[in-house]
Each structure stands twice: as C-alpha cells, then as structure tokens.
Write a protein that binds this ligand. Structure first.
Ligand code: GDP
Ligand code: MG
Length: 372
C-alpha cells in the first residue's frame, strides 16, 4: 500500500474514532442531575435518571444537532474514585465541559477543576459551563450569590466558566443553556482537536519510518564495508553500484514510497524528481561523488587507484552510510510533505456516522453507545 493511501486511511480512522462533532462531556457527582439535564436540553427522555443510572460503567452518547453530548457516570463512587474516573473517561478528548452540581462542592470537584485547567494550558481551551441544578430549592438571590462566590473561589487559576442556574423538574433556565450550546461559535470547535490528532499521527508515522530506514542504511553500510564496495576504485562499477540501488530501493520501501508514484502522483514535489534521478546509474554516481570526493581527498588520495583492504572497507562503509543517510533524509522529507498535503486536503466534514457501531435512530435524535 502506498504511503499516500496508508496515511489517508490513518486520517480516516482518526476522524471515525474522534468524531467530527462538537463533543460535550457532562460531568459531576452522582445524582447531580447530569442525565436529567441532557433530557431537558434534548427535549426527550433519552437518558435514564435516578439512582440506578450510576451503576453504568460507561458514558452514553447522544447526538443533538451538531453536538454529541456524552452522559458520563458520576465520580467519587466506589466504582469510580476520581482518579480512576479521569483515567477511564479522559475528558480532555471533549470540546466543551458541562459541570453539573446541585449541592456542596467536594474536594473531587476542585481536583477536577485543576485537571481541566491543566489540560487547557497544554492544549486548546475547552469552554466550561457551570450548571447549578435544583435551583427551585434556592429561595433567595442571596443564596445564588453565595453559590456563585463559592464556585468562583474554587475554580482553579486560569479557568473561566459561566454559571447557569437551572431546574430540571420545572425546566427553569434550560433554554438559556440550550441557546448557548447551539451557538454557531461551537460548530467547528472540534477542528483543532482532529487536526492535532492528524499531526500527531504524522509525527509518529515519520519517526517510525525514518528509524526503520536508518536501520536499513546501517545494514547496507556494513555490507558495503565488509565487501570493500567502492564504485570509484573497484574494477566493476556496475557491480559496486548495485548495492546502492538495493539500499535505496529498500529505503523507499521503508517509507512506502513506490517508484511509479515518484513519476506519477508525487511528480510535482521537487524531491520526487531528485529521487527519480537516483534511480539511474549517473544519478547515483553523482551523489556518491559528492560524498566520495571528500573522502578521497581527505584520506586516501595518495593510494588511488590501489586502495588498501582496510581503507577500502572504511571508505565503502562511510560512503554507503553518508549516501544512505542523505537518501533517508530526502525520502523522509518527501513523506512529510506528502502527509502534510494529505492533512491540508482532507475533507473534514462528512456524513453523520462518526461511530463504528450502528447508531440507533429514535425520532429526531440518535443514540450511540460508547465503545468501552
Ligand atoms: N427536585 C429535582 N429533582 C431533580 C432535578 N434534577 C434531577 N432530579 C432528580 O435527581 C435524581 C438524579 O438525577 P440524575 O439526572 O439521574 O442524576 P445524575 O446521576 O447526575 O445523572 C433523579 O431522581 C432526578 O429525577 C431537579 O432540578 N429538581
Ligand atoms: Mg446519570
């Protein structure tokens, strides 16, 4: 499979796994009203509410307009102490965080704020919505003010979030939250998240392939050394040069760069032209001269054309290593440029199906089960 196709498949998989929707994580203690708020926002009873829901070990996704809202189990339970919960649900993979609470804030809540603040520092900033549920229990403005002061005092430094007062039983305040999350500004908020994953994949691919190709160079350089291969001094240039062709061709394989692609779909890249030239005897000789020339003047010019056995071995090794490394650099740069172009041209928008599991359609919303 060619590099381009292989990388395109990688991007496709990332897009499938990460989803091209604005992902909202609904987080909070058990019983805070996370599932109830989802039902209120969507306008249908899709999520199970009540005590039993926190027996669930996984998050459940709901598709709503351009959003994917994920109902996560509460933390601070025996099943999910906060540290395990964080490990399992990795909230930094979400684009917006809904923090739902209905009573006193705990140490876990503060610890979670600190984690969100840390994620924001290292990556893109996730909007945080603070949602105080059960607000019909609040009798006076003073009570609301006290709640406001308390939560803002507990938010970690650098963390900002708007506070909403809602009540799921009476549907109070829900419209305001819904208007906020359906705001156009959140529509493409997932893009940097996916592009970031694409770039990570490019880096990984680049380093794996480059390190494989470097091993190839090392193998062939040893071989060239052991055989005293040296196209300038050897009797048979054609035979000596064959090992270079083999090395270059293996390096190309290491990068999944195919010969016909260099003259075909990659032909507009300047490096492709160079690599095509290196498929000819003259091209290879020219490259070798650029390295060999230095070696010759430096160490063995006195002995031309009779190079001692040891000198020939050393020279053969160094020449093959230098030429090989330069070839690896060229292939790596071309591979990098090809992958860059793939990312640039990648169609991020596509059909609704971002999940590997079959969605269940219920009226006008779609229910997905998260992969464990
Ligand atoms: N009185 C009142 N009860 C609520 C409100 N929101 C949720 N509940 C109830 O609180 C319980 C826990 O809610 P649930 O949404 O399951 O919480 P979760 O564990 O955070 O998902 C359920 O029995 C809900 O019916 C509210 O605003 N007022
Ligand atoms: Mg729930």
């Amino acid at each position: 499979m060619s590099l381009q196709t292989e990388f395109r498949n990688i991007l496709e998989k990332i897009k499938r796994d990460h989803g091209t929707h604005t992902k909202i994580a609904v987080v909070g203690q058990p019983g805070a009203g996370k599932s109830s708020i989802i039902n209120a926002l969507i306008g249908h009873k899709v999520a199970r509410t009540g005590q039993r829901t926190d027996i669930t070990r996984k998050g459940v996704r709901y598709r709503y307009e351009f959003l994917e809202i994920v109902d996560l189990p509460g933390y601070g339970t025996t099943m999910f102490p906060l540290s395990e919960w964080k490990e399992k649900f990795k909230i930094h993979q979400y684009d917006i965080i809904f923090f739902v609470f209905s009573g006193k804030l705990t140490k876990d809540d503060c610890d979670l704020f600190a984690s969100i603040a840390a994620y924001n520092k290292s990556g893109h900033k996730r909007p945080l919505l603070l949602i105080r549920n059960h607000c019909s229990d609040l009798e006076s403005n003073e009570e609301r003010e006290a709640i406001r002061r308390d939560i803002y005092a507990k938010l970690s430094e650098g963390l900002v979030g708007e506070l909403y007062f809602v009540d799921c039983r009476y549907q109070n305040g829900i419209d305001k939250v819904r208007n906020e999350i359906l705001n156009e500004k959140y529509k493409d908020i997932w893009k940097p998240r996916i592009i970031n994953e694409f770039n990570k994949a490019k880096n990984v691919h680049y380093s794996i392939r480059t390190s494989k190709a470097k091993d190839t160079v090392s193998t062939y350089a040893k071989l060239a050394g052991a055989n005293g291969v040296n196209p300038f001094f050897g009797a048979d240039i054609a035979a000596d040069i064959a090992i270079y062709f083999k090395m270059f061709s293996t390096i190309k394989e290491d990068f999944n760069i195919e010969d016909n692609e260099l003259e075909g779909r990659y032909c507009t890249y300047p490096l492709a032209k160079k690599l095509v030239e290196l498929m000819t005897k003259n091209g290879v000789l020219l490259l070798l001269k650029s390295f060999g020339g230095k070696q010759v003047t430096k160490s063995v010019c006195k002995y031309i054309p009779f190079v001692g056995q040891a000198a020939a071995a050393a020279l053969g090794y160094t020449l093959a290593k230098d030429a090989g490394e330069s070839y690896v650099n060229d292939c790596a740069t071309l591979a990098w440029q090809v992958m860059d172009k793939e990312i640039e041209n990648y169609k991020l928008y596509s059909d609704l199906n971002g999940s590997s599991k079959k969605p269940i359609y219920i009226e006008n919303y779609t229910l997905y089960q998260l992969k464990e």
